[in-house]
Design a protein around this ligand. Sequence first.
Ligand code: YH5
Length: 275
Amino acid sequence: MLLCGSFQFELSRPLVMGIVNVTPDSFSDGGLYGSRDAAIVHAHQLVNEGADIIDIGGESTRPGAEPVSVQQELDRVVPIIEGLRGVGVPISIDTFKPEVMRAAIGAGAQMVNDINALQDEAAMRVVAQSNVAVCLMHKQGDPKSMQAQPRYQNVLAEVSAFLRERIAAAEAAGIDMDRIVIDPGFGFGKSVAHNFSVLANLSELAELGVPVLAGLSRKSMLGAVTGQEVGQRLPASVAAALIAVQRGAHIVRVHDVRATVDALKIWYAVNGEMT
Ligand code: YH5
């Protein structure tokens, strides 16, 4: 069971989280007003395609991305979350800034997707004082430099130990287990080999007792294997999402909702209840 504010998921089938980026450069006209409407239209489209959750991000966390200010991020995401009230699925806010979390929850967000895993005490307090779900993600280093030289003795053991510690910290702060999701953070301070090793052994993370989210959609690790540019990674992304679910992921975070939903329907027709 996953509680997301006023929504609850039984987790009897895999869930699809659809990605809506509202960084101005993700829409061709570059202007904020155009991108706001475009983002709302895009979110509705993803819900129509079968998205169970919509993830809204106002700051690019891609490797090498430049940071944006709190005010810029608020201006980008709050109007979109307000515009999506009543869309029928929970809205997740992809941010590590406590001020953005607070405003997003006030605007109606039902989940916080924190690539910093609530290591900021103010962020921990904001989530603890609400009833929203939280995704705790692992990363090594910060987005600007993390892909420079990822190093692990045992990537799975280190990711698992970190997430175990963050679950305990969140619980200690008053966030119940049924509001917590964990994520190994594919591409966040991990080499291609690290990423595939984590994917191969994803079922070990499911043993931590909370749902596992996997974000593989269009990522560089898929380009490294297929040789495809980011716009041509749909087949690889669908394959990766399906493998993640086969290895125990409860939620997949994807750009291409319709294709992923169809693939997971086939998985579900074969497997029935999730194991
Ligand atoms: C994630 O895995 N990822 S933002 C580079 C790409 C394509 C996609 C080179 N936020 C995650 O999606 N939140 C992001 O092509 C996330 N888990 C969670 N929980 C990076 C991204 C991307 C980067």
